[in-house]
Design a protein around this ligand. Structure first.
Ligand SMILES: [Mn+2]
Length: 311
């Protein structure tokens, strides 16, 4: 028997992953070759000013990744995608500000052909991720930010390093052009954020709009913004409605269904995908691991996209 996860609300019954390999059994590359995907964990939730728990996410995601399989929901196999898991990146004391440089260097060491998948952590995980990705793509990075919140406050809860400032810090430090950013799924704002979106020319597709948006139309709008640039996907699991993803720090009513989110991710097929970070999963707040499994489903479909966009 595997031990129960810390804080699990599964009623004492956890997944038995005995004999299964993590990441659906995806294999590392042959010696001397670079992997298609590199997984890196950032177990930090010092930016989660409302409720913690996201620091536990990388470990739990990794363990339950054994339950999934290298077949997309569209019944396509991607078992030849190679994957290396670098475990948790080392952290230093202090907030994300103290960690940005070292984490960005670690993520930027991902080989050119390899796609980084960064497991947060609270959403400030996106800051070193964007710094690294902008470096890897020589300043030609566009960002798709899928989240209930825009995270564009200059300061929130008396900190410039709370998760409510994550994208603002990321754009500043990575020097990403706000006109190369598409926000989708937002429904909880501070007015300062709306003002920034309008002034800086960020594209906003609200949660209400996303609910009615055809995935093909979404792809057209995204392509019109990103052009030829590589697209980094930053996914906060709280974009989902709390009914489908309760295990997150700041649940926001009116979210997308997991069906809608998977359709949006599928629409990314064929784009130049730079990488992904998946944040704000909080295992202690989860119910029967459904949020962890929704996050893993998104990661696996993204990896399927990476593989099938290349083959
Ligand atoms: Mn959020």
């Amino acid at each position: 028997m595997t031990p129960e996860l810390p804080g699990s609300a599964a009623g004492g019954f956890d997944f038995n992953t005995e004999g299964l390999r993590p990441w659906g059994g995806l294999r590392p590359p042959a010696h001397g070759e670079s992997a298609d995907v590199r997984i890196m964990g950032v177990p930090l939730d010092r930016g989660a000013v409302y409720r913690p728990g996201a620091a536990q996410a990388p470990g739990v995601l990794r363990r339950l990744s054994a339950v999934l399989s290298s077949v997309t929901e569209h019944a396509e196999q991607f078992d030849r995608l190679t994957l290396e898991d670098r475990g948790e990146l080392p952290l230093v004391e202090g907030d994300m500000g103290a960690n940005v440089g070292a984490l960005a260097d670690a993520i930027a060491s991902t080989p050119p052909r390899t796609v980084p998948v960064v497991l947060g952590g609270d959403h400030t995980t996106v800051v070193p991720t964007l710094v690294a990705q902008q470096r890897r793509f020589n300043g030609r990075l566009a960002v798709l930010y899928i989240d209930a919140h825009p995270d564009l406050n200059d300061s929130s809860r008396r900190s410039r390093w709370s998760n409510g400032c994550a994208l603002r810090r990321g754009l500043e430090l990575a020097e990403v052009d706000p006109r190369k950013v598409v926000l989708i799924g937002q429904r909880d704002y501070d007015w300062e954020e709306v003002d920034f979106i309008r002034r800086a020319g960020v594209t906003l597709i609200t949660g209400a709009e996303a609910n009615r948006l055809d995935p093909a139309r979404f792809k057209e709008r995204l392509e019109s913004v990103v052009g030829d640039d590589a697209v980094h996907v930053s996914l906060d699991i709280d974009v989902l409605d709390p009914s489908g993803a309760p295990g997150t720090g700041i649940p926001a009513a009116g979210g997308l269904t997991s069906r809608q989110l998977l359709d949006l991710l599928h629409a990314l097929r064929g784009l130049r995908l730079a990488g992904m970070d998946l944040d704000e999963v909080s295992p202690p707040l989860d119910v029967g691991h459904v949020t962890v499994l929704a996050a893993l489903k998104c990661i696996f479909e993204f990896m399927g996209n990476v593989h099938l966009s290349r083959t």
